[in-house]
Design a protein. Structure first.
Length: 344
């Protein structure tokens, strides 16, 4: 009787474990895989729309690239969907095996008397244990994701940036907000040129909008949607920063909270002497250039989540950064040598 109870307890424990494993697999099949499928569809549709939208800027010159990219989107979508279907079939089969094993064990416990249960061959001698132990717990997989990198094209990116800068730069009036400029900066009458001075000017430093330490300044307008582009003449300066930031960027004190590129609220292209870098969240990324640009174009694609820095003279992308922006972005500037100017 004791031996029978021992076998019975083991069978009950095995049933409970199988039930928990079945529940986990059922949840994975019912929730994770359909959600992944919908996510892939959404990502593929967004990528397709983004490709088509950008190709409209360059027209006939990109017909072959358009076809290639759309095929890449389709291929990647099919791959991800096939991965999802393969996993779904695998876990459905595993669920059926576990269910069959559990039914067998329950039937054994219910219908076989104690003596027969003791003398009969345990179920694991029939290969059932190997089947159950071969079914692992379901895991997330990167193969279920849509790979955005597959639909990126350096050629299209450069042509698209050129077209946007040509079409949009100067189409919206951008001026520098006098209330934000550092006491180390002076602003021209047309609100376009910032000039650095080592000596602080006598300004209202108590104003909440003014940067009181770092030589920073914001534009008067913020962008919260769409495509925007502006150009900055930097040929006179060898120490500057330009890019975009959230309006929540702190304005006071010498800490990194208000220092452009050293916090999570600003994205800037920086030059200091012969060193060029992209700065964000205190993680500088070097930018190797053969010559210093005389003018830099800044392209902000809010919906696409991209800020891009461009040399209009050579049609070269200096640096591109992708980010899911969560608040309106202001054009931002800093200069610590000579002057920089918004191009007319």
């Amino acid at each position: 009787a004791a031996l029978c109870a021992l076998f019975q307890n083991k069978l009950v424990d095995r049933c409970e474990r199988l039930q928990l494993q079945s529940a986990a697999i059922a949840k994975h099949v019912a929730e994770v895989l359909p959600a992944r499928s919908q996510g892939v569809l959404t990502a593929a549709n967004s990528a397709r729309e983004l490709v088509i939208q950008r190709l409209m800027f360059v027209g006939k010159a990109c017909e072959n690239e358009e076809q290639r990219l759309l095929e890449e989107v389709h291929t990647e979508e099919e791959r991800a969907q096939q991965s999802i279907l393969t996993q779904q079939a695998h876990w459905t089969e595993a669920l059926q095996k576990l269910s069959a094993l559990r039914t067998y064990l329950v039937d054994t416990i219910t219908n076989v008397d104690d003596q027969a249960l003791v003398v009969s061959s345990p179920p694991w001698t029939e290969g059932w244990t190997e089947v159950a132990e071969g079914i692992l717990e379901p895991q997330e997989s990167a193969k279920l994701n849509f790979n955005q990198q597959r639909v990126q094209s350096p050629l299209l990116h450069r042509l698209w940036a050129s077209a946007v800068l040509c079409c949009l730069a100067g189409s919206q009036e951008i001026c520098i907000d006098e209330k934000t400029i550092s006491p180390h900066l002076s602003l021209s009458e047309d609100k376009k040129t910032l000039t650095f001075s080592p000596k602080k000017a006598k300004l209202d430093l108590d104003g909440p909008e003014r940067f009181d330490h770092w030589p920073n300044a914001l534009a008067t307008v913020a962008f919260h949607t769409g495509l925007h582009a502006w150009k900055v003449s930097v040929e006179k300066s060898c120490a500057y920063k330009l890019g975009a930031c959230y309006g929540s960027l702190p304005r006071k004190g010498p800490g990194n909270e208000a220092r452009l590129g050293f916090n999570t609220a600003s994205w800037v292209f920086s030059r200091y002497d012969k060193e060029f870098r992209f700065l964000h969240a205190g993680q500088p990324q070097p930018v190797e250039l053969l010559r210093a640009p005389a003018e830099i174009g800044v392209l902000l694609d809010f919906a696409g989540g991209e800020v891009l820095f461009y040399d209009p003279d050579s049609c070269t992308i200096l640096f591109s950064h992708r980010e899911a922006f969560v608040a309106p972005l202001y054009p931002v500037f800093a200069v610590a040598h000579q002057s920089i100017s918004l191009s007319q």
